[in-house]
Design a protein around this ligand. Sequence first.
Ligand code: F0G
Length: 412
Amino acid sequence: MICIECGAKYLDGPSRYWCDRCNGLLEVVFDLEMLSADISLSWKKRPLGVWRYSELLPVRDPRTVISLGEGGTRLYHCDRLGSAIGLKRLFVKNEGDNPTGSFKDRGMTVGVSKAIELGMKYTICASTGNTSASLAAYSAKAGLKCVVLIPEGKIALGKIAQAIAYGARIVAIKGGFDDTMRLVKDICAVHPSVYLLNSINPHRLEGQKTIAFELVDQLKAVPDYVVVPVGNAGNISAIWKGFKELYNLGMIDELPKMVGIQAEGAAPLVKAFKKGWKRVEPVVDPKTKASAIRIGHPVNWKKALRAVKESKGLFESVSDEEILRAQWALASHEGIFIEPASAASIAGVIKLRDLGLLDGDELMVCIATGNGLKDPKYVLDNYEVRIVRISAELHKLREYLMELELSGNLKI
Ligand code: F0G
């Protein structure tokens, strides 16, 4: 591992999440020249999924791998939504297909395998919901005890239900996500037998970079833009790392622009990017209905700023209203139901088009990070609910269908 701040190098070994010298973020590096000439031949023989790319994952012994069959998620060409918003080549990668319904599973299969390799007994994370669900599931499969810290009352229903069902010990903290994150970092600094599995853990991010590998395999091309909802800023950094590795291996000869989308009330990276700052100023009380990305002080901000700058991409923010409309637009045009934070990526694309930054021919990929069923209450609270009540009689139903036909809503 290498420190992205001071360049200090560390051999793979005991758990380490930040640089001993300067507290900087660490990154896993592979000696790409040591890899066999054409690993892509081996990849082609394996099914699409995280472990297809095992040569580029930091787990030494396949016998320690804890897997629930993560990755291999569907990539949809959204032609109906695309034509409605003037984009011919709009694709959505549905990470809600993963075993616990979010992209976090890609990181957890690697991170929890690493916990086993290192002989850890406990796993821990801070979470806005999906990380806790995923860590709880992988820890259950690995037979490890799992503790999750959540901001009290701020987690979507489906996610908390998952963490309970998978048997995690749940600690609710009075405060926001950033408070839970601080506590988890502090406890892991003094308790080496507890393994931290937030995205500050560089091994977890290695699993998430496989989104980039799968995209290239599925599209047989490099997207012009990859649009990612940003909270703690790990995923956008991981995906960019994945593309760069393919580029450095000579497997692709161009790179995408990375676009990070934050919710307006929780957008410290957007502000820093637009003002050209070198640092991110935390948002003290972040606000958005997209609870998964309600984060004011992203731990990976430095990696994410670097990813967006290197790729010549950008950060943009979207309002809660835009997120709601985007979720509805994707579900009602394409039959893909994603959670509010994920819909930020769709809202972001619509905003880029409105700002005149796109000409409509670009190959655009939105990363739909989590399944819509994670947060059913959001739909019930925010949509105009269209349920009519009738008695159980055939003529009543026929009357209703006639009305619909007259209003032009239904052809029968
Ligand atoms: N989308 C969803 C559905 C998420 O759950 C998260 C993060 C993100 C996007 C942002 O990803 O943090 O890598 O920038 N959820 C974390 C959690 C924080 O605790 O579940 P990021």
